[in-house]
Design a protein around this ligand. Structure first.
Ligand code: KG4
Ligand code: ZN
Length: 339
């Protein structure tokens, strides 16, 4: 079985071909970062228009790189949500039309399930059950994954997502969009312990997160501190350490609660080296194991959509002939609506 996967939920256009016997055969990606950088953030209308320009050439490339003709493709999977409605509509319309023209089923995929399953594209992959920490630009969630497709949200952010906190704090530090990766590079030059950020909700018994206080703390710190490159790096370092700590505190609680020994960390923020290291240290301490996607599969990509598409295709999920997207689509509603 072979699935073409199409991603267009935000500012990356992705197309990939996954074969259940041969693995990932191709993965083409186009990032709109340079275009949005000029505006300091994603401009939804520009994102949609750019997906229109890039989708077909990328799909063609993914098909060619994989050595596939349309006859080899068993299903066309696409990100149906959550994400920006216009951006999603582009991928959905292209996927639905190709599937129709090729006389194959179209398979709607939840973007967050794509992130969650991305580590399955690696040689060293987790067995079930596991705990998943999803940290992206729009979500921060701890999910109990008892079996494939079974998702129970144990905790999530009550305000900003972790990636959002990175991007907003980066902006305050004068770092251009997209702030997360650049802030993390700056943090590597920073000295630990020069500043200290709070750990919001660390002591609360539940597994929810709150990150919006960090950006306020960052704003106050920046206002009062000396404006030098080293000080900015020290602040970035303190911020990143606070995020790492908060994630580790909640993961530790969730592991204790579930008695799970395996942790999956995925989503854009899981590309962060400090966070990867912090959670790896935690799992070593607890005698458990941690699984990450390779860095390029942490952020948005078509490969994870092709993989999740194969999973849902095998479960019998099919889109009807209409082009529909779900800008909001909670992960824990998947099984009943979609399995
Ligand atoms: O998963 P993703 O590509 O898109 C969403 O589904 O949201 O995540 C994007 C988020 C952005 O907030 C970006 O700043 C953050 O992930 N990010 C990082 C790093 N790389 C991407 N944050 C911290 N450190 C990084 N290295
Ligand atoms: Zn994403």
């Amino acid at each position: 079985m072979r699935v073409l996967g199409i991603e267009s939920s935000c500012d990356e256009t992705g197309a990939a071909v996954y074969d259940d016997k041969l693995g990932l055969l191709s993965n083409a990606l186009y990032s709109q970062i340079a275009m949005h950088a000029e505006y300091g953030g994603v401009v939804p209308e520009l994102a949609s228009r750019d997906h229109i320009k890039k989708a077909l050439p990328l799909i063609r490339k993914a098909m060619e790189d994989s050595g596939s003709t349309p006859a080899d493709i068993d299903a066309v999977a696409y990100t149906a949500g959550p994400g920006l409605v216009g951006a999603l509509m582009v991928g959905a319309a292209v996927a639905r039309s190709l599937a129709y023209a090729w006389n194959r089923p179209a398979v709607p995929v939840n973007h967050m399930e794509g992130h969650l399953l991305a580590p399955m594209l690696e040689e060293r992959k987790p067995e079930f059950p596991f705990l998943a920490l999803l940290v992206s630009g729009g979500h921060t969630m701890i999910i109990q994954v008892a079996a494939p497709g079974s998702y129970r949200i144990l905790g999530q952010s009550v305000d900003d997502a972790a990636g959002e906190a990175f991007d907003k704090t980066a902006k305050l530090l004068g770092i251009p969009y997209p702030g997360g990766p650049l802030l993390s590079r700056l943090a590597e030059q920073g000295v630990s312990g020069r500043f200290r950020f709070p750990r919001p909700m660390a002591d609360s018994p539940n597994l929810d997160f709150s990150f919006s206080g960090l950006k306020t703390h960052a704003a106050n710190t920046i206002r009062e501190a000396e404006n030098s490159e080293q000080v900015r790096a020290d602040i970035a370092r303190a911020f990143e350490e606070a995020v790492t700590d908060i994630l580790a505190i909640k993961v530790r609680k969730a592991l204790r609660q579930t008695h799970y020994k395996r942790l999956v960390v995925a989503g854009g923020v899981s590309a962060n080296r400090g966070i990867r290291q912090g959670l790896a240290d935690l799992m070593t301490e607890l005698g458990g194991e941690v699984f990450y996607p390779r860095t390029e599969f942490c952020t948005d990509n078509g490969a994870m959509i092709a993989y999740a598409g194969m999973f849902r295709f095998n479960k019998g999920v099919r889109a009807d002939l209409s082009v529909e997207v779900r800008p909001r689509w909670p992960l824990d509603t998947l099984e009943q609506n979609n399995g």
